[in-house]
Design a protein around this ligand. Sequence first.
Ligand code: FAD
Length: 409
Amino acid sequence: MVNTPSSTSDSEIAIIGTGPAGLMAAFELAKAGHPVTLYEKRPGPGRKLLIAGSSGLNITFDAASLEFAASYRESSPQFSRILETFSPSDWIAFIERMGIRTFKGTSRRYFVEGMKASILLKTWVDQLLAMGVRIEYQQECVGFEVTSGGVLLQLQKENVLASRSFKAVCFCLGGGSWEPKETPLRWPSLFKNQGIEFEEFVSSNVGFKVDWPAALLKEAEGLPLKNIVLQSAKGARSGDAVITSYGIEGTPVYFAGVLGNVNLDLKPDLTESQMLQKLENVRENLSPMRRVKKVLQLSPAALALVFHLTPKGEQADARLLVQRIKKFPLLLTERQPLAEAISSSGGISWNEVDLSVERFLMLRRFPGVFLAGEMLNWDAPTGGFLIQGSVSSGHVAARSLSLFVKNSG
Ligand SMILES: Cc1cc2nc3c(=O)[nH]c(=O)nc-3n(C[C@H](O)[C@H](O)[C@H](O)COP(=O)(O)OP(=O)(O)OC[C@H]3O[C@@H](n4cnc5c(N)ncnc54)[C@H](O)[C@@H]3O)c2cc1C
C-alpha cells in the first residue's frame, strides 16, 4: 500500500456513497452553495438503484403521513420527523422537476415512467455535475477520525491510500443486502472499530425456504398464488406470492413472513360457509376436491397446494377441505440469505445518532460525521418505502450538516 501525505480537500464536504441517500444529500448541499465531493468505491454510481430498477423501480407509496411513518416499524418516530421535512410528494416533485414522469400503479405504489432506474440515475448525476459536485469513483473510504480542523478521511484507490480533510462528512453507505460474495461489505468494521454500536445485518424483504414435495414443484414451480393472505405472528398481508424451487416469495411473504408456522388464506373473498354452499350447489356427483376445482376458481398454484399437501382423508371431506383453504398451514424453515434479500434490518444504532434539530443524524460522539440511508438501523417493507427512507434521510442529514458547517464558521 502506498501512503500519500494528508491534504485538505478543495471541497469542504465529502459524501460517501452514490446510492439514493448520497445523491440526495449531494443535491441539497450543492444547492445550499457548499463545495461537495462524492466518493464511491465502485466504478459507477447507484448500483443498487439500478438493480432495483431491473424489477420495476418503485419509488414511493401513496399513504397518509401516519400510515407511511408506521411502515418504518420501531423507527417510525424518527421517520415521522424525517418525512415531515422531505415527504413522498417532495420526492415525486423532485423527480418530475428533472423531467422524468412518475405514475401511480395499481397497489398504491409510485413508479417512474418506463419503470427503469437508468434514466433517473443518469439525469440525477448529470444535474449534480452541472451544479459543480465532484464525483470520484473507485475510492473506498477505509477510515475516518475527527480532528480539530474537521473530519479526516482515509480513501483508498487500488493500492494508494490518501488522507483528506473536510469540514464535515455524510456517510451514505447502504445496507447489507445484495452484496456480491466475492466483495463482502467492509464498511461496518470502520464504525465498529471506533466503538460505535452496530446491529448485525439480517436479511429482510426476502423469501423463505419451504420443503416442497417434488410432485408439487413439478406442477407449480414459478406459478403465482394470486390474491392470497399470509397470516403470521407478525401480522397479515394480502397480495400475490410465488412458489419457487426453494420455497415462497412475494409481497405477503416479505411483509408477514416469519420462521415457523404461518397460514395462507387461499380464497380471501369468500367465507367458509359461502365456499361450502358453492360446493353443495354442484349437481354432478363429483368428489369434494373436484368440486373445489370446478367452482372456487382457485389459481393453478393454489389448487396444486391443496391437492399435493392435503391428506387424502381431508380431501374427501368438503368441510375440512374448505377450512384448509381458508387456513392453509405452511412451515417456513429458513430465511433466504442476505445476498438474495431486497433489504436488511440492522446497521448503526439510533442510540449513536443525535436527534436534536440542529444536529439531526450526526454521530453523537463524532461531531461533523452525519449518516443517512439504509446504513442506519431501520427497515421497511418493499413498496417504495426503502428508497423514500433513503432519499428523505439523505435530504435531512444534508440540511443539518449545512447548518453545522455554517455554525462552525
Ligand atoms: C433487488 C432489489 C430490488 C429493490 N427494489 C426496490 C424498490 O422497488 N423500491 C424501493 O424503495 N427499494 C428497492 N430496493 C432497495 C433500495 O435499492 C435501497 O433501499 C436503496 O438503494 C438504499 O439506498 P442507500 O443510498 O442507503 O444505499 P445504496 O443504494 O446501497 O448505496 C450505497 C453506496 O455506497 C457505496 N459504498 C459502500 N461502502 C463504501 C465505502 N467504504 N466507500 C465508498 N463507497 C462505499 C456503495 O458502493 C453504494 O454505491 C431494492 C433493492 C434490491 C436489492
